[in-house]
Design a protein around this ligand. Structure first.
Ligand SMILES: [Zn+2]
Length: 313
């Protein structure tokens, strides 16, 4: 009898303690669940959202963002998401629409309040002026979607995310504003270093595997002399590769930029023929282990690129 009573009292105390410990978090709002299509957007959303958000990216940074294999875990994340942020401009057209559809989450449907297309905030290059046909390859009909590789676009997108988060959680608006400002200030600082690193190489020509780099090249004053893909998304052909090699010899182009998910066979043979150098640049956060955020992405890529420029005068 006494033991039972004691046990009751103990349970009651435990119950009270539980209620007490649960009470504050029950009042505080839970974290906004954000899913992003890519790791770069995840890095920006995390920078702005801080501890008020929980961010997951669907694509990994070492994957080709045009082709991402659907996994059941993605559906679970999308089902619970408050906000989905996409690169847009049809970058994810091959894999994301069915996932959004199957998630059954009305918030993140394209017309829903939790769907954010980040391309609306960015400066977009290569918007086609003619009608796009299949014969042109995988041309993105609304412009080049690889816009996150210009630091100024990251600033614009981060601000767009800040405004969206503030609209969704007005009580945290000041917090998001302050976090965006801190990100923007740091970007200004880092940008000065990056621009100084790249200053000696302005005007240098490079070739790239895919047209992933126009915004990047534009920002740093580099010039694209061609692509290994004869048309966007179309694998290399011998005739196009020979043309490239001839052009590179003629114009003294030595640098070959390749994304980590492409086969190095053709880039390596071009390098052998031209005395050039293949540089595997990461186009996204997480492309290498050490690239843990947006700032690390540029530190990594510019470190490799400046070394390659120095080695191929
Ligand atoms: Zn592309």
């Amino acid at each position: 009898m006494r033991i039972l009573e004691k046990r009751h009292i103990a349970l009651a105390i435990l119950g009270l303690a539980l209620v007490h410990s649960l009470a504050p978090s029950a009042h505080a709002q839970s974290k906004l669940k954000i899913v992003t299509a890519t790791t770069d957007l995840a890095s920006l959303a995390q920078a702005v959202g801080g501890d008020r958000v929980e961010v997951n990216s669907i694509a990994r940074g070492y994957q080709d963002p045009h082709f991402v294999e659907a996994k059941p875990s993605f559906l679970l994340q999308l089902r619970q998401a408050d906000l989905l942020i996409v690169v847009g401009l049809q970058l994810e057209i091959g894999w994301l629409p069915p996932l959004i559809n199957q998630s059954g989450n009305p918030r993140i449907q394209t017309s829903g309040p939790g769907y954010l297309d980040a391309s609306q905030f960015a400066k977009i290059l290569e918007v086609p002026t003619e009608v796009v046909t299949r014969a042109m390859g995988d041309v993105h009909p609304f412009g080049n979607p690889h816009y996150w590789l210009d630091p100024e676009n990251a600033r614009r997108v981060a601000q767009g995310i800040e405004q969206k988060l503030a609209a969704m959680r007005s009580g945290d608006a000041a917090y998001f504003q302050q976090r965006f400002q801190a990100f923007s200030d740091r970007l200004t600082q880092e940008s000065k270093t990056w621009d100084a690193m790249m200053q000696p190489y302005r005007g240098r020509k490079v070739i790239t595997y895919h047209r992933s780099w126009p915004n990047f090249l534009d920002h740093f004053g580099l010039v694209s002399a061609g692509e290994i893909e004869p048309r966007p998304g179309i694998p290399p052909t011998p005739s196009h590769t020979i043309e490239l090699i001839n052009m590179m010899k003629r114009d003294n182009v030595k640098i070959i930029l390749v994304e980590p998910y492409f086969d190095l066979k053709t880039p390596n043979s071009i390098a052998r023929e031209t005395g050039g150098q293949v540089v595997v640049l990461a186009p996204s956060v997480g492309g290498e282990k050490e690239i843990t955020d947006y700032f690390a992405l540029f530190n990594y890529d510019l470190g490799l690129l400046t070394k390659a420029f120095q080695a191929t005068k």
